[in-house]
Design a protein. Structure first.
Lengths: 134, 392
């Protein structure tokens, strides 16, 4: 982040602010990377879109990337899921709900939709994963 | 922190602060300006000196300056007071007001309130540069038009309405003109001896004076008549009751005197900073400048830009070390896209991804360079982060 951006004048929850500033795992995989399953949730009109890309080796996530258009909480949700997903299998991934994201990132009530965005994106990836496995 | 939100409010100038101090100290000049004794006379003298200073900045006579609590009150008093004096709105007696869609909320809400009482209001749409032309105003005038209320300088985009050309036309038609000049005073030359405006609102805290004080110019010849909106002891020629706050009005007077003294230097400084920032930020692919086109008449102290492809809240958060406004300070609290930018035809997403940079006397070119570099970096970073296709 920028040289001036060492404060949190808007008062975001610390974990949201940390993940927004550093955005770990931001980006996407190159086209020739094998085992990548990606999906998107949200709409530009709602000013939040999250694209999640998980790279599977067998039934385990070995790497993850995200891209997000939205408020800092949306971006933090993308970064959190991309980190959290690594090492987990589809069954474990399916357990992550919006409420867990809200608790982990201290997402306030008026930003609950950001957590739902994360759950939706993860669910969309899992649906696609199952389609590919079938 | 780099502060570039001087159009929202300015700090007190050191000289203004010094001028106010004697009226704030416990052992200082505490008299009520309405009292008829020594301390009262001293306070009265200070208030009247300040009145002359305010009048001098705008080419008015001191007797035409009414103290208020700020531009919001001045605008309320002007619009409601002018109509009420004429007994309007009243059943069977039509009252029509002409204003614009891009006025400050305190004008729009006052007009909406009068609509609930039966007035009819025409809200003119500005052109693509944010201006409402005198021709558009004159075309909206009807035999029932009691008042035109138009801002001189738009607070969000710096568009300058051609009040100098509009005012004589309205005078000829016998229609009263109120001008919100909160963003114009000290930013462009105002000579009410030459421009026939009837009512003009001012605010102190936009020009290095204190918050909580403003003024309304009420023309004496021909007399602009108002019904008071604050009733009481009949202060301010019966137009605005309430004990005056000498420290505040002295501050506003000092601020206006300073603005007059520094006028040329201020304008050269602000417009230089504005142009320098635009020169750097126009490098951002797809950036849109909101308001007057380059090279046309514009307020010197602000620059409003949209950055398509980034989400507004993330953009503001990524610039956490820079104090800028998204649209106007008033509309920021609601998190809704700016109605001014919407009126210019920007869509919701673009309006949301807009920043207003406004410059002050202590803003330096080095700060502008830091801000430009930071904005360029952060817009690029947020665009890189976005999964949306490139549309800019």
């Amino acid at each position: 982040m920028s040289e001036l951006d060492d404060s949190n004048p808007f008062g975001y929850a610390p974990e949201i602010w940390r993940l927004f500033q550093r955005a770990p795992n931001a980006g996407s995989f190159a086209d020739d990377v094998q085992g990548v399953v990606s999906a998107e949730a949200g709409t530009p009109a709602a000013r939040s879109v999250l694209r999640l890309a998980l790279r599977f080796d067998g039934d385990r996530v070995v790497d993850a990337r995200f891209r997000a258009y939205g408020c800092p909480a949306s971006i933090a949700v993308g970064a959190y899921i991309a980190g959290w997903a690594q090492g987990r299998n589809p069954q474990e991934l399916s357990l992550l709900k919006a409420a867990d994201l809200r608790a982990a990132l201290e997402i306030p009530e008026d930003r609950a939709h950001c957590a739902l965005l994360g759950e939706d994106a993860l669910r969309a990836v899992l649906t696609r994963y199952k389609e590919q496995q079938a | 922190m780099i502060y570039l939100d001087y159009a929202a409010t300015t700090p007190l100038d050191e000289r203004v602060f010094e001028a106010m101090l004697p009226y704030l100290k416990p052992d200082g000049l505490h008299g009520n300006p309405a009292s008829t004794h020594g301390p009262g006379f001293k306070a009265r003298a200070a208030v009247e000196a300040a009145r002359r200073q305010v009048a001098s900045l705008i080419g008015a006579d001191a007797s035409e300056i009414i103290w208020t609590s700020g531009a919001t009150e001045s605008n309320n008093l002007a619009i409601k007071g002018a109509l009420e004096f004429r007994g309007l709105p009243k059943a069977g007696k039509p009252a029509h007001i002409v204003t614009s869609k891009t006025e400050h909320k305190c004008v729009l809400d006052t007009c909406r309130h009068l609509e609930t009482l039966g007035a009819r209001v025409t809200y003119l749409k500005p052109d693509a540069d944010g201006r409402v032309s005198p021709e558009a105003v004159m075309a909206a005038i009807t035999p029932d038009t009691a008042l035109v209320s138009l801002m001189w300088v738009n607070n969000e985009i710096g568009a300058v309405n051609d009040i100098e050309r509009l005012a004589p036309s309205l005078r000829e038609r016998g229609v009263m003109l109120h001008v919100d000049a909160a963003q114009a005073a000290g930013k462009l030359a105002i000579d009410l001896a030459a421009v026939p405006i009837d009512l003009l609102s001012l605010s102190a805290h936009k020009l290095y004076g204190p918050k909580g004080v403003g003024a309304l110019f009420v023309r004496r010849k021909p007399r602009a008549r108002l019904s008071p909106q604050m009733h009481g002891g009949g202060h301010e020629q019966g137009m605005r009751s309430g004990t005056l706050a000498p420290h505040q009005v002295v501050g506003m007077g000092a601020a206006c005197a300073l603005a007059a003294e520094r006028f040329e230097a201020d304008i050269a400084h602000w417009s230089g900073l504005r142009d320098a920032l635009w020169t750097r930020l126009r490098e951002v692919p797809g950036v849109l400048r909101n308001g007057p086109a380059e090279g046309t008449r514009a307020a010197p102290h602000l620059l409003n830009l949209s950055f398509p492809g980034v989400e507004g809240e993330a953009l503001r958060a990524s610039l956490g070390g820079i104090a800028v406004s998204s649209g106007s300070a008033c509309s920021s609290a609601t998190a809704e896209p700016s109605y001014v930018l919407r009126a210019l035809g920007r869509d919701d997403e673009t309006a949301n991804a807009s920043l207003r940079f406004s410059f002050g006397r202590k803003t330096t070119l080095a700060e502008i360079e830091t801000v430009a570099r930071t904005v360029i970096e952060q817009v690029a970073w947020l665009r890189e982060l976005s999964p949306l296709p490139r549309t800019w």
